[in-house]
Ligand binder design. Structure first.
Ligand code: PLP
Length: 392
């Protein structure tokens, strides 16, 4: 494959291979716990990584390997390793790469459970964590200069869609020898490839856009081979591996990633512009809008602005509780990146793990709605929002 094929060609064809035993185009589900060998020498060679093959599916499995290869290719990464969930990928990566008295720098608007790793979990193990104001690039750079082993970023963030300059902050991390990690869940590799911007590792909650159909959970870490190897070794010991059946469904979904994300992008941008004009809407958060403070950075580092937007209704949480149940083409649920539109307030979605005080401290407005746009027809979504707004 060349570097410059379009997103759908890449989604369909990257890392393709014909199954050698069956000539199948679709990688078969390799539903096996363990793999058997005819002699001890071969078994030992595979176990010691001196010959290709699999031993036990907690460690590796041909179907999950096919998924890892596909994501690595999409993210322009050297290597990838997969997980049972996005949080397993995030937690395992942080524990694999950080030790007591080392420093981690992150931002306040990271996904709720990730934020709690930096504020509660890692400090218990002696990791010194600095959680910076999300859009304050100078403050993040200052924290990195003061001492940093791991820089952990998300862009755009969940749920207020803040944008970080990934090239600038990855360069700052590189200067002090820190590992730069980016959660690319919201952007997807169709819209943004952080490795090309200087990041060392990219993480996904594959549960979201990579899966796209809301039927399985998963996570993946990709990037520099030596770092992925470290994360893989830790996963091998702690065990949150992806199952082969899940990998099969993920591979099936990835073929339409380009197509789906293009539609998510178009719907989200059009609806963000539409919502911005509505009198009952206080504020719209979407990096594709010229009014968004991170729009210029987003334009530089993203080829599309993603399928998630959020907006604040006038009337706060009370208006939210009246508005959301009136939407006909949206599910009230705690997911995003599905073909169906999914909506919810941060209190029951991205920041459900946080108390009211922690949410306020994290700067999440109570009247916010996260609107994860699906692939429905734009006119239907517009009409739906219009009728629900009219009811307020
Ligand atoms: C940006 C981001 N990262 C990580 C996660 C965690 O992923 P999972 O639910 O697959 O564990 C989520 C979940 O919503 C997310 O939105």
């Amino acid at each position: 494959m060349h570097q410059n094929e379009g997103p759908s060609t890449r989604s369909v064809h990257l890392s393709r291979r014909i199954d050698p035993s069956t000539h199948a185009i679709v990688p078969p589900i390799c539903a096996n716990t363990a793999f058997a060998y005819e002699d001890i020498e071969t078994w030992r060679a595979v176990a010691l990584n001196q010959a290709p093959g699999d031993i036990y599916s907690r460690n590796s499995n041909p179907t999950t390997t096919a998924f890892e290869e596909k994501v690595a290719a999409l993210e322009r990464a050297e290597s990838a390793t997969s997980f049972a969930t996005g949080m397993a990928a995030i937690s395992t990566t942080l524990f694999a790469l950080l030790s007591p008295s080392q420093h981690a720098v992150s931002v306040r608007d990271a996904y709720g459970a990730t934020y709690l790793h930096f504020t509660q979990i890692l400090p218990r193990f002696g990791v010194i964590c600095d959680v910076c104001e999300t859009e304050d690039h100078e403050a993040i750079e200052a924290a990195i200069e003061q001492g940093c082993d791991v820089l952990y970023l998300e862009s755009p963030t969940n749920p207020t869609l803040k944008v970080l300059d990934l090239a600038r902050l990855s360069a700052a991390a590189k200067k002090v020898g820190a590992i730069a990690i980016v959660d690319n869940t919201f952007a997807t590799p169709i819209n943004q490839t952080p490795i090309a911007l200087g990041a060392d590792l990219v993480i996904h909650s594959a549960t979201k856009f990579l899966c796209g159909h809301g039927d399985v959970l998963g996570g993946v870490v990709c990037g520099r081979k030596d770092l992925v190897e470290k994360v893989y070794r830790y996963r091998e010991l702690t065990g949150p591996s992806m199952d082969a059946h899940v990998a099969f469904l993920m591979l099936r979904s990835l073929k339409t990633l380009g197509l789906r994300v293009q539609r998510h992008n178009e719907n989200a941008l059009a609806l963000a512009r539409f919502l911005e004009k509505q009198l009952k809407v206080e504020r719209v958060y979407y990096p594709g809008l010229e009014s968004h403070p991170g729009h210029e950075i987003a334009k530089r580092q993203m080829s599309g602005f993603g399928g998630v937007l959020s907006f604040e209704l006038k009337g706060g949480f009370e208006a939210v509780t009246r508005f959301l149940p009136r939407l006909r083409y949206a599910y009230m649920a705690a997911n995003l990146g599905q073909v169906e539109t999914i909506v919810g307030p941060p209190a029951t979605t991205s920041h459900v793990e946080l108390s009211d005080e922690e949410r306020a401290e994290a700067g999440v407005p109570e009247g916010l709605i996260r609107y994860a746009v699906g692939i429905e027809d734009l006119d239907d979504l517009k009409a739906d929002l219009t009728q629900a707004l009219a009811s307020l």
